[in-house]
Design a binder for this molecule. Structure first.
Ligand code: G3P
Ligand code: MG
Length: 228
């Protein structure tokens, strides 16, 4: 399996292909990179102000520690590993530095206040970044700072018209719906008619991939790269 055999569909490795590698780690970015067009990583702020790559608000599911990431110092987080992988929780700078030049990184902003620093990190790393967020404020901040940033609105269950309108109002290039919304009749066409790219999340198996390809999405956010 290589990138060209997927045709025009963009494969985005969810949390760095968390079905295959320790999620949201440098190792995941490095190991997924040869097989995908992009990796998606989640970003939030820790207690000492740095942006770290970690999905959950709490440490409990993925580490031996507990409590909010927002209450943990960067040094404390450096001492933790994701499950028993031995892989530490990376800073955003470290994760971006691990991305090869030809890899797009989809940075999901888990907090509205992370947008500006994430943009600075992307510029420092000179990484090609697609920013996404469920928080419209995060995308608005990016647009204000730099209208040329690539932005995607993550949507849940607001219905196609509202999702497309919101993404358009924010000047987004893309909308990121969950599978059940992306495969609803008319979603992809409505988004395409509005000039939006549709990247759907999160494919866990081949059946998910088949459904999304049949619906005509542009990109699939997947936990594994070997489903195609
Ligand atoms: O970006 C798609 C997906 O990552 C959104 O859900 O909870 O896995 O961050 P979540
Ligand atoms: Mg995410």
């Amino acid at each position: 399996m290589n990138r060209t055999s997927r045709g025009d569909v963009t494969l985005i490795g969810h949390r760095g292909c968390a079905g295959q590698y320790p999620e949201n780690t440098v190792a995941a970015v490095e190991r997924a990179a040869p097989h995908v067009d992009a990796v998606e990583i989640d970003v939030r702020r820790c207690a000492t102000g740095e942006l770290v790559v970690f999905h959950d608000a709490e440490l409990d599911r993925l580490t031996d520690a507990s409590g909010p990431v927002a209450d943990a110092d960067r040094d404390e987080l450096r001492g933790l590993t994701v499950h028993d992988s031995g892989e530490p929780i990376p800073g955003l700078d470290e994760a971006l530095a691990a991305a090869p030049d030809d890899l797009l990184v989809n940075v999901e902003l888990k907090e509205p206040g992370a947008a500006s620093d994430a943009l600075d990190a992307a510029r420092r790393a000179e990484t090609d970044v697609l920013f996404s967020s469920f928080h419209p404020e995060a995308l608005a901040t990016l647009r204000e700072r730099d209208p040329t940033t690539d932005r995607a609105l993550l949507v849940a269950d607001e219905g196609v018209e509202r999702a497309v309108e919101a993404a358009t109002d924010l000047g987004c290039a893309a909308v990121h719906p969950p599978i059940d919304i992306a495969t609803e009749s008319g979603f992809v066409k409505t988004a395409h008619d509005a000039g939006l790219t549709v990247n759907a999340w999160t494919a866990a198996d081949r059946e998910d991939v088949e459904r999304l390809l049949a619906a005509g999405v542009d990109g699939v956010v997947s936990d594994r790269w070997d489903l195609f």
